[in-house]
Write a protein that binds this ligand. Structure first.
Ligand code: IPE
Ligand code: IPE
Ligand code: MG
Length: 235
């Protein structure tokens, strides 16, 4: 079986998972966060080279104050824990999205995490926080326009690779496989440029229940597709 080099996941359904059990949404997020730790381990074991997960969108600030605060608390704990996880497993981590709006201590935790893991190469793990594809393109194109205005690039030299280089995901290959849990059939502003040729896999399983067996199902599904562009399929 071919293991996709880059797997992207929209982690969805924490709230519904909790509601179904009569628990608060915040408990669903705690379970979802614990599941992310497990799936990172599984991905490493399976041999996935790049893993990108969508954990908080630019739209998610519109949720209740309580829920947003709970998520920030969870990110604080998780980002710190990631330093150890990365060290132990030799995983490199990067946070994509506009992190400039987070509290200073969260921004510092991101800086420490990215810096301390930058030489590891067992897997490249990206987590999208305050991420939106349109926002990423706006931020990237502003920087590109500045570089053009300063004479660092010429408009007629701009290629798809140039644009890639201005996105948060710069330097990484596009995802081969996109997974969305919990039944919704939409992208919700995730990696719209990068997913141009990716295979999509949707499952009704909510994120807290999405385990290694479910991940393998998605990879099997991927193996049964005939890809046209964007990836090399062997054997
Ligand atoms: C995904 O679960 C996690 C985040 C977006 C933070 P949701 O919170 O969207 O769960 P549902 O979709 O309401 O069930
Ligand atoms: C998408 O899930 C964003 C993340 C998983 C972080 P949402 O639950 O926020 O998306 P919508 O609202 O269903 O589109
Ligand atoms: Mg949701």
């Amino acid at each position: 079986m071919v293991i996709p080099a880059h797997v992207a996941i929209i982690l969805d359904g924490n709230g519904r998972w909790a509601k179904k059990r009569g628990l608060p949404r915040s408990y669903g997020h705690i379970k979802g966060c614990a599941n992310l730790e497990t799936i990172v381990d599984d991905s490493l074991e399976i041999g996935i080279r790049y893993l990108t997960v969508y954990a908080f969108s630019t739209e998610n600030w519109k949720r209740s104050r309580d829920e947003v605060e709970g998520l920030m608390k969870l990110f604080r704990l998780y980002l710190k824990k990631c330093v150890k996880i990365c060290e132990h497993n030799k995983i490199r981590m990067r946070v994509i999205g506009d992190t400039s709006v987070f509290d200073a201590d969260i921004q510092e935790a991101i800086r420490v995490l990215e810096e301390s893991s930058k030489d590891y190469d067992a897997m490249f793990f990206q987590i999208a926080l305050n991420y939106g594809s349109r926002d990423e393109i706006v931020r990237g194109m502003r920087r590109m326009a500045e570089d053009a205005a300063n004479g660092r690039i010429r408009p007629d030299e701009i290629t798809e690779e140039t644009i890639d280089g201005y996105l948060d995901t710069a330097g990484l290959p596009d995802p081969d496989l996109l997974i969305r849990t919990s039944g919704e059939l939409r992208l919700s502003n995730f990696l719209m440029w990068q997913l141009a040729y990716s295979e999509f896999y949707f499952t009704d399983v909510p994120w807290p229940d999405f385990d290694k067996a479910e991940l393998m199902k998605a990879i099997e599904g991927y193996n049964n597709r005939e890809r046209r562009y964007g990836g090399v399929k062997e054997g």
